[in-house]
Design a protein. Structure first.
Length: 281
């Protein structure tokens, strides 16, 4: 039977990890305690210890997950596969979401970058359906990778996984900056024009990484200034997307599926892409 899967992105180079625990990742909401998602590591093929991989990927997970209080996910298993990184639409026999990473040995930066990308897809409720707006989800996933590396570099200044890992924080930020430097320079003011210029290509191919990356860097300040904006993405795919739904309709659907507390941000982000969404049904 043909395997259906979601493509993601490949690479980057950083190091190490941060344990997941409630004290370090407690959300602001006191009514919804932090509960770590169930993420299982199958170490076969990675060429690294299960313990090291687990600790590393836990440190990646927490930088995004702490902004999703009360969110419940299906169990996840992370495996090695040369045809990665991808997150499969089809669950395995244990009813786990299957994520494949194409990393080996101690190339910890690749693990970090790839897992942040795939975890973002899971957080925004990826769907196995035709859509001409998947480029936006890919852009968010690229954003997640850059955001996470930068966030980890700050976390490790005061709370590294081990004392001797503290010095790696600066290299994480430097690597993220190196990634940013490879992207075409656009900002929020020029984002709408950039999107309009490349829209036809994005509709045909959602994984044009230079374009995804440039747009991701442009919107990065919106998420770093207010990380609670991350929670809004969990409502991207609450309702189905039709094959020919244009970007404005897609954003409008997101707005109406999201709680009121996220409406202002969705309107703001849509506006930077040059889209004025319909706020009334």
């Amino acid at each position: 039977m043909k395997m259906i899967y979601l493509h993601a992105f490949l690479a980057v180079t950083v190091v190490l990890s941060l344990p997941l625990n409630a004290k370090e990742t407690k959300p602001e909401s006191k009514s919804e305690p932090y509960v770590a998602p169930s993420v299982r590591i199958d170490p076969n093929g990675f060429g690294a210890s299960k313990r090291d991989i687990t600790k590393l990927l836990d440190s990646v997970t927490v930088e995004l997950w702490k902004h999703f209080p009360g969110y419940k996910l299906e169990p996840i298993v992370i495996t090695h596969h040369k045809n990665g990184p991808i997150v499969l639409y089809r669950r395995n026999a244990k009813n786990e979401i299957v994520v494949r990473l194409a990393c080996q040995k101690n190339y910890w930066s690749q693990y970090s970058y790839q897992w942040a990308h795939e975890f973002c897809h899971i957080l925004h409720g990826f769907r196995d359906e035709p859509s001409q707006n998947k480029w936006f989800e890919e852009t968010l996933a690229e954003l997640a990778s850059i955001y996470t590396l930068r966030a980890m570099s700050e976390s490790w200044k005061t709370n590294p996984p081990y004392p001797n890992w503290k010095s790696y924080g600066a290299s994480l930020k430097k690597y993220a900056q190196n990634v940013i430097n490879t992207r075409e320079k656009i900002d929020l003011k020029s984002l709408a024009g950039y999107y309009k210029k490349h829209r036809a290509k994005l509709v045909k191919n959602e994984t044009l990484r230079d374009l995804n990356g440039a747009m991701a860097v442009a919107i990065l300040p919106l998420f770093e200034k207010n990380p609670t904006n991350w929670e809004s993405i969990r409502y991207l795919n609450v309702s189905p997307t039709t094959k020919n739904m244009n970007f404005n309709a897609y954003l409008t659907k997101w707005y109406h599926d999201a709680p009121k507390k996220h409406h202002a941000f969705i309107i703001e982000l849509s506006g930077y892409f040059g889209e004025k969404i319909k706020t009334k049904k």
